[in-house]
Design a protein around this ligand. Structure first.
Ligand SMILES: Cc1ncc(COP(=O)(O)O)c(C=O)c1O
Length: 366
């Protein structure tokens, strides 16, 4: 195995080295407390400081308006598939609008069905390679919310512009593209994102939610899933994942040091352009996704022919792994390769990948 590794894992994924180093340096003695972060009481002053610093940094990065709460929850992105329909409800028999563009929004819609009626904004397509024309969408004006996934991690379909939903709150799963580009939070009722792709380790999920949506939970909503209770207790109703929250706070600090979300956006555009330029020039690599919706962060790639070739793809993954390029195998449900270019993946990592792809194509032609 190569000693210099570039990690393109889809999640859990790369964390900036300087963040890992800082966490390592502080691990056994956090800021002269004589204790590790994992040993601090979640009711202590030291932990309260970690929690509020983490929130402040995120508010600064995204310029989050004061009428939004920032919550740190457990249960992952999947937990939010249940939290959203359990918390954001209009009327006795709520309807939830779902824009389904891939695996993750499909799962979210299936879960929401347990808690109300799901209106599919357009029929589920056979293939997730594009998004149905907005003119064909059927939104329900009485819906509790409209849900979409900003970036489908498996299919590489990214929706950058928030859909216009009028007075119906817009709810978004940004798990795989959170903090990779600017977002106007005021356009959303709620934003949810798991940490393990762009801003830390698995175990904490960020929820950003507008104040007026805190009061509508189903009475049977489990208390740890209740947004209102989580907000009223500053994400400390029960023991929070303290180390994960500490770590995302360090990643937020790193993002601010790099120049904020603007710098992340620039870097994300440059990295993905390099890979797509190569794909578009070659007769060996193919992207199955409509160019209008190509993800900047998860790039599915087919090899050898426009429909892929499993033998060539397996060989690519094997050789890439030997060369220290890790995590490039496509999701088992779609095959091919997938390059995940999250925030911590550097332009240097991407250069290495592109050079490797060029070399592999040459070798395959011989
Ligand atoms: C877009 C998206 N949403 C939700 C999830 C589910 O997250 P978790 O595994 O944390 O439940 C994932 C996981 O990869 C994801 O990519």
């Amino acid at each position: 195995m190569a000693t210099h590794v570039s990690c393109f894992n889809p999640g859990p994924a790369k964390v900036p080295k300087s963040v890992l180093k800082k966490a390592q340096d502080e691990f056994t003695n956090f800021q002269s407390t004589g204790m590790s972060v994992v040993e601090l009481s979640h009711r202590s002053k030291d932990y309260a400081e970690i929690n509020s610093q983490c929130e402040d940094r995120l508010r600064k990065i995204l310029d989050i308006p004061s009428n939004y709460k920032v919550l740190f929850m457990q249960g992952g992105g999947t937990g939010q598939f249940s939290c959203l329909p359990l918390n954001i409800r209009r009327g006795e028999s709520p309807v939830f609008d779902y824009i389904v563009t891939g695996t993750w929004s499909s799962k979210a819609a299936a879960e929401a069905k347990k808690y109300g009626k799901v209106n599919m904004v357009f029929p589920k397509p056979e293939k997730f390679t594009s998004v149905a024309d907005e003119k064909t969408w059927k939104l329900d004006p009485e819906a509790s919310y409209v849900y979409y996934c900003a970036n489908e991690t498996v299919h590489g379909v990214e929706v950058l512009n928030p859909p216009d939903t009028g007075n119906v709150p817009l709810v978004c799963d940004m798990s795989s593209n959170f903090l990779t580009c600017k977002v106007d939070v005021s356009k959303y009722g709620a934003i949810v994102a798991g940490a393990q792709k762009n801003f830390g380790a698995a175990g904490v999920t960020v929820v950003i939610i507008r104040d007026d949506l805190l009061d509508t939970a189903h009475p049977m909503c489990p208390i740890v899933m209740e947004y209102k209770t989580t907000a009223a207790n500053k994400s400390c109703y029960n023991t929070p994942p303290t180390f994960c929250i500490y770590l995302i706070g360090l990643v937020f600090e790193w993002i601010l040091e790099q120049g904020g979300v603007e710098a992340m956006e620039k870097c994300s555009a440059a990295k993905s352009k390099q890979v797509y330029d190569l794909i578009d020039k070659s007769n060996f690599y193919w992207s199955p996704v409509d160019p209008k919706y190509r993800s900047r962060v998860n790039i599915p790639i087919l090899l050898g022919s426009p429909s892929g070739n499993a033998d060539i793809e397996n060989l690519f993954v094997q050789k890439a792994t030997e060369a220290g390029l890790i995590g490039l195998k496509g999701h088992r449900s779609v095959g091919g390769l997938r390059a995940s270019l999250y925030n911590a993946v550097s332009e240097e990592d991407t250069d290495r990948l592109v050079k490797f792809m060029i070399q592999f194509e040459k070798e395959s032609a011989n």
